[in-house]
Design a protein around this ligand. Sequence first.
Ligand SMILES: Cc1cc2nc3c(=O)[nH]c(=O)nc-3n(C[C@H](O)[C@H](O)[C@H](O)COP(=O)(O)OP(=O)(O)OC[C@H]3O[C@@H](n4cnc5c(N)ncnc54)[C@H](O)[C@@H]3O)c2cc1C
Ligand SMILES: NC(=O)c1ccc[n+]([C@@H]2O[C@H](COP(=O)([O-])OP(=O)(O)OC[C@H]3O[C@@H](n4cnc5c(N)ncnc54)[C@H](O)[C@@H]3O)[C@@H](O)[C@H]2O)c1
Length: 471
Amino acid sequence: MTHYDLIIIGTGSGNSVLDQRYDGLKVAIVEKGTFGGTCLNVGCIPTKMFVYSAEVAGTVRDSARFGVDASVNSVHWPEIRDRIFGRIDPIAEGGRKYRAEDSPNVTVYASQAHFTERKSLETADGRTLSADKIVIATGSHVSLPPVDGLTDDVIANPALPVHTSDTVMRLESLPGSMLVLGSGYIAAEMAHIFSALGTRVTLIARSGVLLSAQDGDISRRFTEDVTDRWDVRFNASTQSVRATPSGIELDYTDFDGECATVAADVLLVATGRRPSTDALRLDAAGYDTHIDGRVAVDQYQRVLTDGNPVDGVFALGDASSEYQLKHVANHEARVVAENLLAAEEGELISHDHRFVPSAVFSHPQIASVGLTEEQARHAGINYVTVVQDYGSVAYGWAMEDSRSFAKLIADKSTGQLIGAHIIGGSASMIIQPMIQAMAFGIPAKDLARGQYWIHPALPEVLENALLELQL
Ligand SMILES: Cc1cc2nc3c(=O)[nH]c(=O)nc-3n(C[C@H](O)[C@H](O)[C@H](O)COP(=O)(O)OP(=O)(O)OC[C@H]3O[C@@H](n4cnc5c(N)ncnc54)[C@H](O)[C@@H]3O)c2cc1C
Ligand SMILES: NC(=O)c1ccc[n+]([C@@H]2O[C@H](COP(=O)([O-])OP(=O)(O)OC[C@H]3O[C@@H](n4cnc5c(N)ncnc54)[C@H](O)[C@@H]3O)[C@@H](O)[C@H]2O)c1
């Protein structure tokens, strides 16, 4: 058994816990997969690089509306793919090398870890490790729906045309057609990427609206806007999938119980992600978990056992968070980095999950922060809303945009914003002042008139929305 001051399990945001303050500690990092975790290797970063190519293709296709005669002649998938992973793969390897070879106080174990006792671990290749302090940062993994023909073995078989976000971005060639099962973040982003690059997309949605967790006005507009580009099968309950000589077939029953079959070259399964905690055997350590498998933590990111914090054991990111978002995992890693070094309870810092923003990088793009109108109503808040079209400001005229809008929700009793939801180009960027106002408690009226808004830039849509709020 080798003893360490600190063991970190998982190298996504877990890897960013270590800074110079840890140089004097004896540290072990255990990573079973590719160094750098989901966001870098198979998540946020490659998807958004593909989305950028998709946007370029989409802009060219849409150019005639702006008096520009251009067309997409061909899309070179292998070049796009290799440019993206040609940049990402060396970063992952560089990160591994830095920790494994250039950090004298750190030992990297390339293996899967599980607990044997509260502060003891065993790796799949037979090493036994213990530590004074442990960080669980094992992230999440694809969750397969209960559908006949969809098993871990099928997903892992590279000869079968069944993919998840882990594999679909490394396809050999651009498929002619794709079935996308799911209607959340990954489905919306991947359907956009592949359809904009030329793949015929059929999306299988189990409800009547896509991105159903968004504010109702946003998800309805998104659903309307994509159905002319993607063949969406709504209210579809997927029964089975099977490989055929030419690709894949999927059987579903519709709202009326009628059976239907759709076929394509490949299937992408995008039906959510589960916290990666099963393999950790947390019961051997006695740690508390939520019903969905997340490790239970307090506001200081301390792991709990029987509801009480375990001294020196922390968790962060998708393994423990209710938000599966990289900026949240990074925030929690910063909290853990501080709290691992805290000498006493009074020095602990708390995470801040009050206003967690997110964006869906599809087309149209969506960004949101705070409560949806449905949540505000359910919470019994005395709220007011405003919907402001992109087309109401000069930049929206330039964009010839008649579909995009920003929706703000404010608390009438406090004058504070409680929700902001934007659907349209650059939504993920122009929402930032709303996030800032909510985080720092700036009243909506002050936000509108307490600063200049550059004319004629797109954020004027938010300035006008703020001025329209009947507070
Ligand atoms: C396709 C896709 C797109 C996404 N896009 C965005 C986006 O645009 N914006 C955003 O905010 N979020 C996005 N996310 C979510 C984001 O990637 C995650 O929230 C974030 O990466 C979680 O970080 P983490 O450190 O908790 O876990 P991870 O980055 O998943 O790291 C966990 C690491 O632990 C390792 N591990 C697991 N179990 C063990 C074990 N028992 N022993 C040893 N090692 C183990 C894993 O191999 C992995 O490397 C996306 C996710 C996906 C899948
Ligand atoms: N831009 C971003 O920030 C971004 C992008 C991608 C992923 N992510 C993160 O990763 C997480 C995982 O993404 P995701 O799209 O897999 O999950 P998700 O939770 O966003 O969507 C899951 C989808 O699968 C559907 N589904 C679940 N079970 C099903 C079944 N049995 N049959 C049919 N449909 C079923 C749900 O209705 C939902 O539409 C997201 O929740 C998000 O936090 C973030």
